[in-house]
Design a protein around this ligand. Structure first.
Ligand code: ADP
Ligand code: MG
Length: 699
């Protein structure tokens, strides 16, 4: 019986229940799954060759007669000869060796030749045994390329290869075409079964070059279909508050700001206004560097909702940020009739209860608070818009659920982390994206220098001079103290005693280079009140410098802070450095960022060079993606990127774009994938991305 796609791996000849268990450990249970487990590289298996031509290191197939078979302890040694030379086949345990090995039989053995005690041998070869009377195939097996697979301690690459080759012997592979025929034609793709075969045993590099993109495209297409489906369910199937937007509303809102909106802001505001009018719930991601003017855009959107007699909410990741949003908004709304309230965890109970009641009664128009707070407690009377400020935490993009009657609220997520296009087409692929590319005018320049630890003293002396003239500085350290259980130790950073800790650095500066200056210390282990007091002192200009861990990322807006010194800069991802650097350069004055590397050699400086070259967050994010991959960039584990077997969103970007376009076209025409040429993709879709993307009840 030929194997089918859903046949258990166990049924493949030579596998059996024990090995099937090993396969299961790497997630391979069926023949179809095995066939989608592609090699990470290839080696060429020579065709049969004479023993005289075999040299150590070669992967070969040899044919010879068995001279003798011997056991030495567990090992089984089988000596063969082909008239040109001799060679030993060795198995670590007789139980792995084929049956019928005895003097006189003919064997064809495939494996890697090596020298052992000056003798040529092949360890655990793949063999065929031809007993007298068996038909002997005289034809030579030709050379071929075979895969090298990622295995485990138990499951060797060679075991996987053997199982795959066994399946590939079948004349008809149990591989069904998935793609709609018109797409196969349109892009001139090879058939799926042919591509799978080539992926495991490529006839040539050129064939592999044709096979791989086909499978990558298919994988991307399925992923983008899943995304398009989710988007369809989130947006097209839902009704949203239909808000009115008029020139009069636009004018009145713009009048609230003491400046003209920048062209970037105007573009985004128009995109948002169109969403709000559409009758569909907006799900939009607004990207822009810190200070690019996102809050102004968010407030604009809120005011459109409020002009329609509805409520709006702004949610921040921390209380400090919620407070800061609120204070900013207060400036713009002074003297307006907009009724607004700030919800904080530490508020007196009475005040909170009163606030909650007026929100529920519709007596408040605009609510600012932390995400946890607003989602947990608050029932809105008439919520039309939710703004979520994720700052840099975009890996965990939360979809808020609100207790609200009627249509879904519009949803605007703001992030200060520029998201490379590859990611906004995958992880955030179901959101619309708006980008503020250019900051408001009148900002100073940021100069970035990359220096080694040896130059630190010079740097600190120089900075001291500027601090004495009234500028302010951040000094960023990777850890709080020497303790091992430091909660802020960056993931992936190896804990080493040599890491500059914030506490130590603070002490060193106070006693040394910056003696006599006022220097604060800020880190996550401080009590909330202490943190607030320190931040306030820095904002008020009472501190020359703030030594901090990366908490300053989500911290404070201090236009007078113009200098940043980052210790152990090589330990941060580029995106994170970009975030950190965003704390300076917020005022009119020019700023200086010094990245101190503690690594010897040019590698760290080279990796960081892009920081000195540009302040364009998107360029930096792309470089970061290339350096570290999407998992790291987004925060490992929770990054929400479906596991891809063949595709690489960075290197296969063109295919990703193509697949995305095709997928969205398919869903636009056939949103339930009901047509036969689409329907057959549903099982694969569910299998590959169903859990990850939480979707597809369609069809
Ligand atoms: P973000 O939320 O992106 O960090 P903000 O909206 O808080 O940025 O804006 C940063 C600063 O720039 C604020 O001080 C704000 O008043 C100012 N700002 C925003 N938009 C403009 C503009 N169009 N022209 C001048 N200044 C602006
Ligand atoms: Mg902001």
């Amino acid at each position: 019986m030929p194997l089918r796609g859903d046949s258990p791996i166990q049924y493949i000849k030579g596998v059996g229940p024990v090995k099937a268990g090993w396969f299961a450990e790497v997630g391979l249970r069926t023949v179809a799954e095995l066939l989608e487990y592609y090699p990470f590289r290839y080696e060429s298996e020579k065709g049969e060759c004479e023993l005289a031509d075999v040299s150590p290191g070669m992967s070969v197939t040899v044919r010879g007669e068995v001279l003798r078979v011997r056991r030495r302890s567990q090992h089984l040694h089988c000596r063969i000869c082909d008239g040109t030379g001799e060679c030993t086949l060795r198995w670590f345990s007789a139980q792995y060796a084929p049956r019928w090995l005895e003097p006189g039989v003919l064997v064809v053995a495939t494996g890697r030749a090596q020298l052992y005690q000056d003798e040529l041998e092949i360890v655990q070869p793949r063999v065929q045994v031809f007993r007298p009377g068996n038909v002997i195939l005289t034809q030579q097996r030709g050379a071929r390329n075979v895969g090298v697979y990622r295995g485990t301690a138990q499951l060797k690459s060679s075991t996987i290869r053997r199982a795959v080759l066994q399946v590939l012997e079948q004349a008809v592979l149990p591989v069904d075409e998935l793609l709609p025929p018109q797409l196969v034609r349109k892009h001139g793709l090879p058939q799926r079964a042919a591509a799978v075969r080539q992926m495991h045993c490529p006839d040539s590099a050129a064939e592999l070059e044709r096979a791989r993109p086909r499978l990558v495209y298919e994988e991307f297409l399925l992923m983008e279909l899943a995304i398009a489906l989710r988007r369809y369910q989130l947006v097209s199937l839902q009704t949203g508050q239909k808000l009115h937007f008029t020139a009069e509303i636009d004018r009145r809102i713009r009048d609230r700001f003491p400046f003209e909106l920048t062209p970037s802001q105007t573009t985004v505001v128009n995109e948002i206004a169109r969403d709000l009018e559409s009758g569909r719930p907006m799900t939009r991601l607004l990207q822009g560097d810190v200070g690019s003017g996102k809050t102004v855009v968010a407030l604009y959107a809120c005011l459109v909702a409020i002009a329609n007699g509805c409520q709006a909410a702004i949610m921040a990741p921390t209380e400090i940020l919620a407070q800061q949003h609120y204070d900013n908004i207060e400036r713009y709304l002074a003297g307006s009739r907009v009724r607004r309230t700030l919800l904080l965890g530490g508020q007196p109970k009475q005040a909170r209860t009163a606030a909650l009641r007026s929100i529920e009664a519709g007596a408040v128009d605009l609510v600012v608070g932390t995400q946890a707070l607003i989602q947990k407690d608050v029932a809105f009377a008439q919520l039309a818009l939710v703004v979520v400020d994720e700052q840099h935490k975009f890996g965990v993009l939360q979809r808020a659920r609100f207790r609200t009657k009627g249509p879904l609220p519009h949803y605007l997520v703001m992030t200060a982390t520029p998201i490379p296009r590859t990611l906004s087409m995958t992880v955030f692929g179901d959101l619309d994206v708006s980008i503020i590319r250019h900051a408001p005018p009148g900002r100073g320049q940021i100069t970035t220098k990359i220096v080694t630890r040896q130059q630190r003293k010079v740097v600190l002396d120089y900075v001291r001079g500027r601090l004495e003239k009234g500028e302010q500085a951040y000094v960023v350290c990777p850890v709080i103290g020497k303790s091992d259980d430091d909660p802020e130790t960056q993931s992936g950073m190896r804990k080493r005693a040599a890491l500059a800790s914030a506490r130590q650095m603070h002490q060193d500066l106070v006693d040394g280079a910056w003696q006599g200056l006022e220097i604060g210390l800020l880190h996550g282990a401080l009590k909330a009140d202490d943190k607030r007091a320190t931040v306030e002192a820095f904002v008020a200009g009472k501190l020359h410098a703030l030594v901090a861990t990366t908490v300053v990322e989500v911290g404070v807006d201090v236009p007078n802070a113009t200098i940043m010194v980052v210790e152990h800069a090589e330990r941060y991802g580029l995106s994170q450095l970009h975030q950190l650097r965003g704390r300076i350069g917020r005022g009119r004055k020019d700023s200086l960022c010094v990245l101190i590397t503690h690594e010897r050699g040019a590698k760290a400086a080279e990796r960081l060079a892009v920081m000195a070259d540009t302040t364009d967050g998107f360029k930096i994010a792309e470089a970061d993606l290339r350096q570290r991959g999407p998992g790291e960039l987004l925060g490992t584990r929770q990054h929400g990127l479906p596991e891809l077997h063949v595709g690489d969103i960075v290197n296969d970007f063109a295919l990703l774009e193509q697949a995305r376009q095709d997928a969205f076209e398919i869903i636009a025409r056939d949103p339930r994938l009901a047509q036969p040429q689409h329907k057959r993709m549903i099982p694969a879709l569910k299998r590959m991305f169903g859990n990850k993307l939480a979707l597809i009840d369609a069809a």
